[in-house]
Design a protein around this ligand. Structure first.
Ligand code: NAP
Length: 294
């Protein structure tokens, strides 16, 4: 579809943003659908958020993704928030309504998607199970909300700052979270791992410069039950060191690519109000990442 005077504008705001994979998957889907729209990356610095949103109003941007550092800062600029965005306290997807901009958090759905139909093809029932979440930052908030929706009975969050852990726990007090949420230090891992049905890494340990590192050592993973699923939100490198160690231990593993694809698919459906080609989005990302790795 050629870009013309009628082409609608979608995009992502963040800083830094040049590394974003979102344009790759969204434009692949738009091309397949033959929709007259384009998705671009907008570099918006911390102090430029309000100006950027005002500009989007004027030039008719249809909707946009939000990434670091704006996921929380954008909340007061929106007219509506979904319950998911309220629970997480952060927005990653924004669209136009008659009353103004509306925001949601599609990371929650993205996180849950691969857990719902894990490998065996059937729906997997996580109700009553225990999740162990490494890290207490923004992605951990989406993970905790997702674990709540999946019916986990216990969600144990591990962090390195006592104060941040206390704040994290406190921030869920008014949320409709059915699970028991407990917070722990990394030193508690040996007592937490034997009961963990799902282990999720939400720290950046294993990315980029730390690619040789794993947030869990082989000795840690040896303590996990044989049926445990180890889920790393990182999507490059594939596999991460943690997932390599987990696979060597014989555990089920999931990386972050499917979460990235699924959160993007939910966002694109919101903007276009039609089903989107998820397989095309996944393939575009896999091809892109494979090309970068060579
Ligand atoms: P964030 O808000 O900065 O949170 C990172 C968390 O990791 C914080 O709790 C931080 O602890 C902890 N942490 C960082 N370095 C650590 C270290 N060396 N040792 C122990 N803990 C450490 O970042 P985020 O937005 O949550 O993103 C986290 C990761 O998730 C990134 O790798 C990102 O790419 C990935 N992610 C993937 C998807 C996807 O679609 N697959 C979506 C979102 C995020 P402190 O709070 O103590 O600093």
């Amino acid at each position: 579809m050629p870009i013309t005077g009628t082409t609608r504008l979608l995009g992502v705001i963040g800083d830094p943003i040049a590394h974003s994979l979102s344009p790759v998957m969204h434009n692949a889907a738009l091309a397949e659908l033959g929709v007259d729209a384009v998705y671009v990356a907008f570099p918006v610095a911390v102090d430029g958020l309000e100006t950027a949103i005002a500009g989007f109003n004027v030039i008719g941007v249809q909707g946009f993704s939000v990434t670091i550092p704006h996921k929380q800062a954008i909340v007061p600029l929106l007219a509506e928030l979904t319950p998911e965005a309220q629970a997480v306290g952060a927005v990653n997807t924004v669209w136009r309504t008659e009353r103004g901009w509306a925001g949601t958090n599609t990371d929650v759905a993205g996180f849950m998607a691969p857990l719902r139909g894990l490998r065996d093809g059937g729906l997997r029932d996580w109700s009553g199970r225990t999740a162990l979440v490494l890290g207490n930052g923004g992605a951990a908030r989406a993970v905790v909300a997702g674990c709540g929706q999946l019916g986990f009975a216990v969600v144990q969050v591990v962090g390195r700052s006592v104060q941040k852990l206390a704040d994290f726990k406190q921030s869920w007090v008014t949320s409709p979270l059915p699970s028991a949420l407990t917070v722990h230090s990394w030193a508690d891992l040996p007592t937490l791992l034997p009961t963990a049905d799902l282990i999720v890494n939400t720290t950046p340990i294993g990315m980029h410069t730390t690619a040789a590192q794993s947030p869990l050592a082989a000795e840690h993973l040896a303590l996990a039950p044989d049926h445990a699923v180890v889920y790393d939100l990182i999507y490059t490198p594939r596999p991460t060191q943690m997932l390599s160690l987990a696979a060597q231990r014989g555990l089920n593993t999931l990386d972050g690519l499917e979460m990235l694809v699924q959160q993007g698919a939910v966002a694109l459906e919101l903007w276009l109000q039609q089903p989107v080609p998820v397989a095309t989005m996944r393939q575009a990302l896999e091809d892109w990442l494979a090309a970068q790795a060579t």
